[in-house]
Ligand binder design. Sequence first.
Ligand code: ADP
Ligand code: 5GP
Length: 204
Amino acid sequence: MKKGRLFVVSGPSGTGKGTIISRVMERLENVSLSISATTRAPRAGDVDGVDYYFLTEEEFIKRADEGRFLEHACVHGYYYGTPLDPVTETVESGRDMILEIDVQGAMKVKEKYNEGVYIFILPPSMKVLRERLTGRGTDAPDVIERRMNNALGEIAYIDRYDYGVVNDDLDSAAEQVLDIIKAEHCRVLDGEADKIISEYGEEN
Ligand code: ADP
Ligand code: 5GP
């Protein structure tokens, strides 16, 4: 059976990653979204086990030491990590998996998993990014400042990504991510050519 593909989505906080991913998930059947673990406090409306697994720092470190994360990183002052088993199980079962993680985490996944597809979501401008962070109404002013200060450092990683999508108009940005996913399903992966050729040969 063909394995699922791993799509890693990064971009500054407030750029619209979560919003785009929800749109994309509505349109695709064979894809799951990885639920990360974090030590940050739940925001209003965040549900444990749905949006994140909210862990104490002690529990997070224990799981990290036990090797239960595919990657983990400290982002904006808190730990975030991708639970390993769901990623392995999903991809092995033939479903795609989307990871919405920061640039440090994405680079760690890239070292381990070279067949991942790396998509960076850019804001139309820094001004709009600030407006979105403020407009979301979920973060205190000092948190917004910290996220704005980190944004340029994250954008500096753009050249390590396969694709850059500017989230200006939401419909177009979601459509572009869907197009990327569709195109990647037609990619001839390393080692696949021999299998394809022999399958056609056997039939002939
Ligand atoms: P992220 O997941 O990257 O932190 P969100 O998906 O939470 O960002 O989006 C941040 C805010 O910007 C939300 O209030 C969301 O509704 C809004 N938003 C997202 N995309 C757009 C867009 N294309 N145009 C206008 N507002 C947007
Ligand atoms: P937020 O607190 O706004 O939900 O997320 C803050 C940042 O943490 C975002 O850039 C998001 O992509 C990143 N993030 C969320 N989950 C993970 C994860 O599992 N690993 C890493 N490395 N970053 C994550």
